[in-house]
Design a protein around this ligand. Structure first.
Ligand code: SF4
Length: 436
């Protein structure tokens, strides 16, 4: 699938512009190359951070990129989308000294962008093993698993219901962090290892492709189907035009054009990172008034504080301890949101209803769980997620799982780590199995 060049996300600038070679060298030379480096402990993919930074400092840029991509084949997108402030950068020892921490994400971006620009490929497929793995879901977990399994020499087929690979990396990342076309370029790099078959636009579990066919076709399965569609509030007026779920809206904005021409006031419901992303995107797209409405307090938001600070600085407003109870409209047009004040226990305060103007409401109230795979494959669950051990093994010996479907919704880098580690576990399973 080719993405249109005039899609809404196209005009966003990078919020962290890339380093020049001189800037990268200077920053790399500030690193203390700590023994037992806390930044490495904070990275879910355990990249040898002092190792790759030292290679930048000594002009071994190929070696630096290889070190990163060996641990995290999606290291280029993770450099852009990781919340480094609460991961590696947040744990850099410089924080304790009152000195600005090393900008690990920007250095990682510098090395991995160079690898892409120069076309450096470091990994080859292993000798064919005659074993085959079906990967359901072509997001970060599925891609990381596919690449590692090819390094082991197993045949791999990725199935995805979308017409593009990448999952939320392609359709859900805030465009000031990464645009969809960069995600697709990274995917081309991953697929360049060769012979990763892709079947896109197919829904596993449908009549066309039942789960049983996958079980019969492959020696093992990796289920990385992510989360389901937006959870939509079933409130009066929710059918009005321009009342939409956040994941759907973001996907429209990243892969096509969203019409905001006559939107004066947009209201985003929720207090998580997706809500903050939508707020920043709406401000960036020129909507004059953008308000986030959240049931809890500002301090109790689940979204990252540094992201909300950036949204506020960009011009967004927040309203706290308010819950939606309905949407107001004229005909099919949305005109406002009916809210009620809630107390510290998020219980409605009687007689406190109010209506605020809105021409667009985006609900960022979370995503539903996909349970079809669970039922079809008879997988055990844990709090609505596919239950897995530390290496992604499920309750069925030939089925492994990872990413949001198993962790409930974490960062891209968590999904990559889980996909990579599950691939190692699948490899062990395949090399010890007698054949089914
Ligand atoms: Fe370098 Fe900071 Fe990591 Fe130490 S903790 S190795 S100074 S990036």
């Amino acid at each position: 699938m080719t993405l249109p060049s005039d899609r809404s996300e196209a005009g966003f600038e990078d919020f962290k512009p890339p380093y020049t070679p001189d800037q990268a060298r200077v920053e790399a030379n500030r690193c203390l190359f700590c023994f037992d480096a806390p930044c490495v402990q904070a990275c879910p993919t355990s990249i040898d951070i002092p190792g790759f930074i030292r290679k930048i400092a000594t002009d071994n840029l190929r070696g630096s990129a290889r070190t990163i991509l060996d641990s995290n084949v999606l290291g280029m997108s993770c450099a852009r989308v990781c919340p480094v402030e609460v991961l590696c950068v947040g744990d850099c020892v410089y924080n304790e000294m009152g000195v600005p921490p090393i900008q690990i994400g920007k250095l990682q971006r510098y090395a991995t962008d160079l690898a892409f620009d120069e076309g450096w490929q470091f990994f080859e497929a292993g000798a064919p093993t005659g074993r085959s793995v079906g990967i359901v879901g072509g997001g970060p977990a599925g891609l990381a698993a596919a690449h590692r399994l090819r390094r082991f020499g197993h045949a791999v087929t990725i199935y995805d219901q979308r017409p593009v690979l990448g999952g939320l990396n392609t359709t859900g990342v805030a465009p000031y962090k990464m645009k969809a076309d960069r995600s697709l370029e990274e995917i081309a790099y991953v697929l360049a290892i060769g012979e990763i078959e892709t079947r896109l636009g197919v829904e596993v579990g449908s009549e066309i492709l039942p789960w049983e066919d996958l079980v019969a076709a492959h020696d093992a399965l990796f289920v990385a189907i992510g989360l389901g569609p937006d959870t939509l509030l079933d409130l009066p007026g929710a059918h009005l035009e321009r009342v939409i779920g956040a994941v759907e809206w973001i996907e429209q904005m990243k892969t096509g054009k969203v019409d905001l021409a006559d939107v004066e006031t947009a209201v985003v419901l929720g207090g998580g990172n997706t809500a903050i992303d939508v707020v920043r995107e709406l401000v960036g797209l020129g909507v004059p008034n953008v308000e986030m409405v959240y049931r809890g307090t500002e301090a109790g938001m689940s979204g990252y504080a540094h992201e909300w600070r950036a949204a506020r600085e960009a011009g967004a407003r927040g309203r706290w301890q308010l819950a939606p109870v309905g949407f107001e409209g004229a005909g099919t047009d949305l005109t406002g949101v009916r809210l009620v004040r809630v107390d510290a226990h998020k219980q409605p305060v009687p007689g406190s209803e109010l209506v605020i103007d809105a021409d667009l409401v985006v609900m960022a109230e979370g995503q539903s769980k996909l349970d079809q795979a669970v039922q079809a494959l008879h997988l055990r669950t844990d709090r609505g997620r596919i239950a897995v051990d530390a290496r992604g093994a499920t309750s069925q010996p030939f089925v492994f799982a990872g990413g949001d479907a198993a962790n409930g919704g974490k960062e891209v880098v968590n999904a990559v780590a889980e996909g990579r580690d599950a691939a190692v576990a699948i490899h062990e399973y395949l090399t010890t199995m007698e054949g089914r």
